[in-house]
Design a protein around this ligand. Structure first.
Ligand SMILES: *Cc1c(COP(=O)(O)O)cnc(C)c1O
Length: 430
């Protein structure tokens, strides 16, 4: 929502636009309204008192889209399923970071993704998706949404424009394409989806069917510092805040960001089905945003060192790190255009000798922790084929380029030399 330029929502110092790193410590919070408290208190309340009965009636008119002349610009605080001061501080700051008009937060990344997809689709529609997606998103689109009459069509993340066009033509015979959904880079194989191409296809589909499907991009892996999909062709960005933005593996949350008109149906559905985020987790996330750039930069730098070490190790077949994409390849060009030299800290590598060899290495690691998830301060490692992607059929795993010895690591902010020493001793066990 375009917010009034109140003193606590100033984004510039004179002519100088302030950067997100600076705004994360103050934006959207007025200390004077909370006893001068430097940090926002946690507003543990379910409901908010109206000054008058007329004010309550006006807020509910605004919420229901029935604003009358003389009503305030936006609804005030109502009830914590709809809004809450901690929710609003977090949403304002996320919107600043992503360069979005509006942001909404959810009880999990899947809460955000399901509310966006359902808010923009109706029975008979088709969701056009890149694959592979996060496992939970694949299950949502392929097994859950069909129960509500919403089907899907998919293309490989690395597919050519011609191949994707064939999928579009076939999908349009199935029904109206409601959303074009993608994840880039893919997890765990680090392939790229070209967002410029997605925007072009969305325009063309819009002309042919009279509804332009928004391009929705899951930005969990590189955002918010390494990748700005809204500037590259995306219309809506979704996040698992559980990962880099929360950053400490101690909470679950999600977000959706984009233009206010695209957020409107999503906001309505969130209020309707209650996928909102609680005030305490919102407070934790606002705190995490103060250090997200520092943490991500440190993790990215550590990952580069570890990836370089692994590349030269005789027991490692292949390291799927974004910094090693083949110069001149399609993925290289798309990655350079979309993320420059930001290569992230989550990547997969293939241990020589298949699953048994990779399990021996995993069991021998002492610093890196054996767990799914990513983006925390600690290094986490897992075997996707038997854990996060266990539900992906073996033949599809093969088509997606999974190697039986492939492991995925999310580098944290430990001293990278300690991590290298840990891999050195664990690989010696293979
Ligand atoms: C973890 C993750 C999700 C799901 O988020 P939750 O917070 O676990 O619901 C979605 N997309 C990606 C890329 C993820 O890594």
């Amino acid at each position: 929502m375009s917010k009034p330029d109140t003193p606590y929502r100033k984004r510039a110092l004179g002519d100088r636009a302030l950067s997100p790193e600076t705004l994360m410590m103050s934006y959207g919070f007025d200390a004077k309204m909370s006893e001068g408290s430097i940090k926002p208190p946690v507003f543990l309340t379910s409901t908010f008192a109206f000054a008058t009965a007329e004010e309550g009636a006006a807020y509910f008119r605004i919420m229901g889209g029935k604003k009358e002349a003389g009503d305030p610009e936006t609804a005030g605080l109502l009830y914590s399923r709809f809004n809450n001061p901690n929710m609003e501080v977090l949403e304002d700051r996320l919107a600043v970071f992503e360069g979005a008009e509006d942001a909404l937060v959810f009880s999990s990344g899947m809460g955000a993704i399901s509310t966006v997809l359902m808010g923009h689709s109706k029975a008979g529609d088709v969701i056009l998706q890149s694959t592979p997606l996060y496992g939970g998103t694949e299950t949502l689109i392929r097994s859950i949404l069909p129960q509500y009459g919403i089907s899907s069509a998919d293309f490989f993340a690395g597919a050519s424009e011609d191949e994707i066009r064939k999928v579009v033509d076939a999908a349009m015979k199935q029904g109206r394409i409601s959303v074009l959904y993608c994840e880039t880079p893919t997890n765990p194989t680090n392939e790229m989806v070209d967002l410029q191409l997605m925007a072009k296809l969305a325009d063309e589909i819009g002309e042919r069917q009279g509804h332009r499907p928004p391009v929705v991009v899951d930005n969990t892996i590189l955002g918010p510092i390494g990748h700005k999909p809204l500037e590259l062709g995306g219309d809506i960005v979704v996040y698992s805040l559980t990962k880099y933005i929360g950053g400490h593996s101690d909470l679950i949350g999600g977000a959706a960001l984009g233009a206010s008109d695209l957020m409107l149906p999503v906001r309505k559905l969130r209020s309707g089905i209650g996928t909102n985020l609680d005030p305490h987790t919102c407070w934790m996330l606002a705190r995490s945003l103060e250090t997200v750039t520092l943490r991500m930069r440190a993790a990215f730098e550590g990952a580069r060192k570890v990836a370089e070490y692994l590349r030269d190790h005789p027991k490692v077949k292949r390291v799927r790190y974004l910094g090693f994409l083949e110069d001149g390849s399609r993925d290289y060009e798309v990655h350079k255009r979309q993320s420059g030299d930001m290569h992230g800290s989550t990547f997969a590598f293939d241990v020589e000798g298949g699953q048994a060899a990779s399990f021996r290495m995993l069991n021998a690691l002492k610093v890196a922790k054996l767990a799914v998830s990513l983006g925390g301060t600690e290094t986490l490692i897992c075997h996707p084929g038997s854990t996060t992607h266990a539900a992906v059929a073996p033949d599809l795993q093969e088509r997606l380029g999974f190697d039986p010895g492939m492991v995925r690591v999310s580098i944290g902010v430990e001293n990278p030399d300690d991590l290298i020493a840990d891999f050195e001793q664990a690989l010696a066990e293979v």
